[in-house]
Design a protein around this ligand. Structure first.
Ligand SMILES: Nc1ncnc2c1ncn2[C@@H]1O[C@H](COP(=O)(O)OP(=O)(O)OP(=O)(O)O)[C@@H](O)[C@H]1O
Ligand SMILES: [Mg+2]
Length: 396
């Protein structure tokens, strides 16, 4: 059975109460009415609640309908209040509506008969308003939750970006240290060569080319530092025509201390051959091209513990200068081949930083070229580098 609508009805007029009661009784038990005829009775009944609706006369002895309204609003804020007023009090009724009354009904026989329908309408409206209020509230709540989640994501994003930046910075610093060290090794190697062969000092030509080599290595080191500075100031790298064969020969000379002297001291022999017949010069940063080749030569030497041969071949491939650095060393497993260009990837333990190929890759990218690694365990390795013969636009 449907629960009756619980009404607290406040009115000091016995006659009116009878009329109202009668109107509700006509509805056959749909309404349960609690009656109060004074302020004290009203308060006692209110305390006994709950009610679905409060219906109150506007003029009760010693009390104004407004007081009843305020009392209900403070004790049972969710319960709608309907005011019954005598004819001619419409203005007062409108005022009570402004103060929060749900509706008002004129006290006339015709209107009192229609009271049950008026109460039904008030309750329906109240229910709808409640639903709307709850929906708005839950929307507001989920909005707040969303905003909080969004804020968290944005904070996380900021932390990630910062971490990535720090990683990139660390990576760059390691790369610079790596290549700066390679240049220093060239200079140290050349100086040691003179010190251990003092008779070289009498050979003017040999001394001249050794000094040029030292200067070239020092310039490369300077260039590495310049690159760092340019990165900071966002300047572009300046390219000029570079003869690949010459750059390759210089790289070979600069690494002599490693592939020739160090190898000899370890009892192994390594041969290097450069052949780049007549490829047009490329637009590039010469010192970066040397740096790239030095890294590849150093790796090839490391991959040949028993000695072997390295070939640097250059040829034109359409709009590209194709440079191959081939060694017949130990080669790589497929897994190493796939990861070897990554920063900090090394199979050399404490002897390697894993930055050589990452730097080489960076140089190729800055020149708008590509790098490809072909390798098989036990069969050697070939790096195929393609650099555009012409630079459409200087890159950093
Ligand atoms: N020519 C090669 N033959 C075989 N393996 C190679 C060759 N070149 C690179 N690798 C592999 O790729 C890895 C990464 O090379 P990369 O030059 O980046 O670092 P690294 O040589 O280990 O360290 P570092 O350059 O500081 O000496 C090497 O550890 C090695 O396993
Ligand atoms: Mg290396």
């Amino acid at each position: 059975m449907v629960k009756p609508v619980r009404i607290l009805y406040v009115d000091d007029s016995v006659l009116d109460r009878e009329l109202v009661r009668d109107a509700f009784e006509q509805e056959g038990g749909r309404f349960a009415i609690t009656e109060a005829s004074s302020w004290s009775e009203f308060n006692a009944c209110l305390a006994e609640g709950p009610y679905d609706v409060v219906l109150t006369d506007f003029n009760i002895r010693g009390v104004e309908g407004i007081q009843i309204l305020d009392q209900v609003k403070s004790k049972m804020p969710d319960v709608p209040v309907v005011i019954i007023t005598g004819t001619g009090s419409e203005q007062v009724a409108a005022e009570t509506m402004r103060r929060g009354a749900a509706d008002y009904v004129i006290k006339s026989t015709r209107h009192i008969r229609r009271l049950p329908f008026a109460i039904d309408a008030v309750l329906t409206r109240h229910r709808l308003q409640e639903q709307e209020r709850k929906a708005v509230e839950s929307l507001r709540e989920s909005n707040t939750r969303l905003e909080k989640a969004l804020e968290e994501v944005s904070q996380m994003q900021k932390r990630l970006i910062r971490k990535e930046r720090l990683n990139a910075l660390g990576q760059m610093a390691s790369g610079v240290v790596h290549d700066f060290n390679s240049s220093l090794m060239c200079i140290i190697g050349a100086c040691e060569c003179v010190i251990s062969n003092p008779c070289m000092l009498d050979k003017k030509d040999e001394m001249m080319s050794l000094t040029k080599l030292i200067l070239s290595s020092a310039r490369d080191a300077e260039n590495i530092v310049q690159r760092l500075r340019k990165l900071h100031t966002n300047e572009d790298t300046s390219f000029s025509p570079v003869i690949v064969e010459q750059a390759a020969k210089e790289a070979v000379e600069m690494t002599e201390h490693k592939w020739k002297k160090q190898a000899a001291s370890e009892g192994k022999k390594i041969d290097i051959e450069v052949s780049a017949p007549k490829i047009p010069s490329i637009m590039a940063d010469e010192s970066q091209i040397r740096e790239l080749l030095i890294n590849l030569i150093n790796n090839a030497v490391d991959a040949m513990p028993k000695g072997g041969a390295i070939k640097i071949q250059g040829q034109q491939d359409g709009k590209w200068a194709m440079i191959k650095v081939i060694d017949n060393g130990e080669g790589m497993t497929e897994e190493v081949r796939q990861h070897c260009l990554e920063a900090f990837f090394s199979t050399k333990g404490k002897k390697g930083t894993g930055m050589g190929l990452a730097m080489a890759d960076g140089i190729v990218i800055r020149h708008g070229g590509t790098i490809e690694v072909q390798s098989e365990r036990g069969k050697g390795t070939t790096f195929v580098i393609r650099l555009p013969l012409e630079q459409p636009a200087a890159r950093k």
